[in-house]
Ligand binder design. Structure first.
Ligand code: S3P
Length: 167
């Protein structure tokens, strides 16, 4: 059975759109870890953070990663902070190929500045916050099997590169 295709990267790096497109082209199931967290809790991500806190969300995310890593041949769209728990990447890699979608903090900021559902960016200086989190997480994202340039507005380049890599 085919290995899973796993997408990691910062919020706004295009994971969900690219995952959906890969799912269509490869006729594979697409699973978003955030969707599973919301379904399990019956709350949207922002509410989970607000009522139960980030640590609770990270534990939930970790349980979901263990669960989805047991599946085969699927595409997994991971929440941006999935790399924070050091056990998550080994689980994901045990049965899949991990792609880091890299976009600069400036590109990310432009893409998500008008969105309101991202709990970590509800701060007075979102660009500063993105830069700080980005720098903290970069060494973790760099543990992916492949880094894909996701700075372009079009998803075609990243999709084609991922398809080529899994051939
Ligand atoms: C987070 C990213 C979000 C979501 C949560 C935390 C993060 O997912 O899991 O808000 O820590 O970067 P997306 O990357 O899909 O926005």
């Amino acid at each position: 059975m085919a290995k899973n295709i796993i997408l990691i990267g910062f919020m706004g790096s295009g994971k969900s759109m690219i995952a959906r497109e890969l799912g269509k082209r490869l006729k594979r199931d697409v699973i978003a870890t955030d969707d599973l967290a919301q379904a399990k809790e019956g709350q949207i991500i922002h509410e989970i953070f607000k009522s139960k806190g980030e640590a609770y969300f990270r534990d939930l995310e970790h349980d979901i990663i263990k669960e989805v890593s047991l599946r085969q041949g699927i595409i997994i769209d991971c929440g941006g902070g999935v790399v924070l728990c050091q056990e998550n990447l080994p689980h994901l890699k045990s049965n899949g190929i991990v792609f880091y979608l890299q976009a600069t903090p400036e590109v990310i900021y432009e893409r998500i500045k008008n969105e309101t559902h991202r709990p970590l960016l509800k701060v007075p200086d979102p660009l500063g916050c993105i830069k700080e989190l980005y720098n903290q997480r970069l060494p973790l994202y760099n543990q992916a099997d492949f880094t894909i340039d996701a700075n372009s507005a079009s998803i075609e380049g990243p999709v084609a590169e991922i398809l080529e890599r899994i051939q």
